[in-house]
Design a protein around this ligand. Sequence first.
Ligand code: C2E
Ligand code: CA
Ligand code: CA
Length: 544
Amino acid sequence: MLVEDDIINQEMIRESVGGTYDLIVAETGEEALLIISEQYETLSIVLLDLNLPGIKGVEVLKKIRSDPAYSRLPVIVMTSDSEAEVECFTLGAVDFIPKPYPASKIILARILRTVEFFENRDILSFTERDHLTGLYNKEFFYRYAEQFDLHHKDTPMDAIVFDINHFHTINDRFGKKHGDEILKNIAKKMLAVVNESRGIACRSDADRFMLYCPHCEDYGAILNAISVPLGEGETHVRLRMGVYSDVDKTLDIERRFDRAKIAADGVKDNLTNPIGIYDNSMRETEMLADRLINDFPTAIREKQFVVFYQPKFNVHGDKPVLSSAEALVRWKHPKLGMVSPGVFIPLFEKNGLIQELDRYVWCEAAAQIHDWKERLNVSLPVSVNVSRIDLYDPDLIDRFLDIVRNNGLSVEELLLEITESAYTEKSELIVEKVKKLRELGFKIEMDDFGSGYSSLSMLSYMPIDVLKLDMQFIRSAFGERMDTRLIDAMIRLADSFGIPTIAEGVETAEQVLVLKRIGCYIIQGYYFSRPLPADEFEKFLKVK
Ligand code: C2E
Ligand code: CA
Ligand code: CA
């Protein structure tokens, strides 16, 4: 912020710092103090002229320095009065720029040095910026965006999100260091974009960037502007972009970017169009999502969630033999009818409600196993789904032990399905936890194998008992052109590690035959049965 009433001086400073900083000008000391009180968080430095109308510069400096809340804000004093220098230093100015002004390069260098010094000195600045790219982090970005709105009330704005497609594979292929370089390059280009459009940018998560900028029409141009090469002689990193255009400023800032994210997710894996624009149909999805989240506590309380069971059959011998079942949750919503987990699970995974739901399902499933043992005298292992977030729960292991104990089960009766993608992030932590579970006797099925980024080599160190091939994977093997070579290789590799495989989503007799021939003997899918309510499922137990 420049505090200066002289227009020519204002222009000179603008000239010096314009390409590097956003300049806010206050013409009087009063105005300066007001701006500081409102925008303290976003100010890097104050350039203070001493000779102001109204309260004098020295008074402004005293006021700033006497408020500990502003201790992080450096002030450089600018005056032609060399006598004032000492007084200003004692009052806490960090530097002094004489008038008439030195060359604009010198001014900028002094400002940069001062800002850098203050930022390094102050621990607070660590939480403002993302270390790798130097862009703002998400929290700070949101706060800054709110400030931005305050001062640009009538400017229509766009909220934009960028995601890198398959960033994991980039890391896998070129190494993490190269991945980091790509992120830095994108950040650099984003800075250039915001300098031009007067917006602000941040890196919000690993491979996600956000942009808040005055409304524009040509989103393709922005996407091009931040496009970077994948590696030497390679094509460009594929980014997808979600735009919430001309935002509704009555919505929370987070909400606006949620909408941009929804739009970005809409073009995930869309090879022809990488730009998604938030529209009314997405609004309906969003409203449904809100409603489901709202209704969740009641649904748990009233037991609207019902657990269905789908059998897994062992087809090794002549006759298929029931080997276990998978517990799959459904929501019997009083108004919306039966809601599929495909709708609410991803939603609850995002906001953490999944933990409560999963625990509910685990308890229900355990109680069901117990009931079948008691009433029908059959002990059928049932697998439950364990979400990625569950694995971060420090009490997870005790919870499972309690559930098993409370229902009089042995640990082998409650099988745990952990999705492959849970292993890819923070994998050491996850591997340790899963190892412990196995040491206690729990059997682990790795779910959706082949859907994500894990390499086959993972199998050599992953603590798992069974591999569940991803359904999509089976779909493509038995697609228009039947090509089972990949499945074949996977099954054999798993076999060489002594790990049996389960195929799910199996719908035809032909598929069963081929899988059996390849060496996959546990089969789950509509061919045998859809997931059924517990009472209907009992028909499989009675013939067992
Ligand atoms: P998943 O764990 O991969 O479950 C298999 C899904 O495939 C189930 O869908 C099942 O109904 C469906 N399916 C089974 N056989 C066939 C078939 O032959 N053909 C086709 N087209 N589909 C088949 P569902 O029940 O809709 O569940 C979808 C996903 O929701 C599950 O995928 C799982 O990721 C999640 N989910 C379901 N229940 C729970 C739960 O209690 N906790 C958690 N965390 N996730 C759950
Ligand atoms: Ca599953
Ligand atoms: Ca699965």
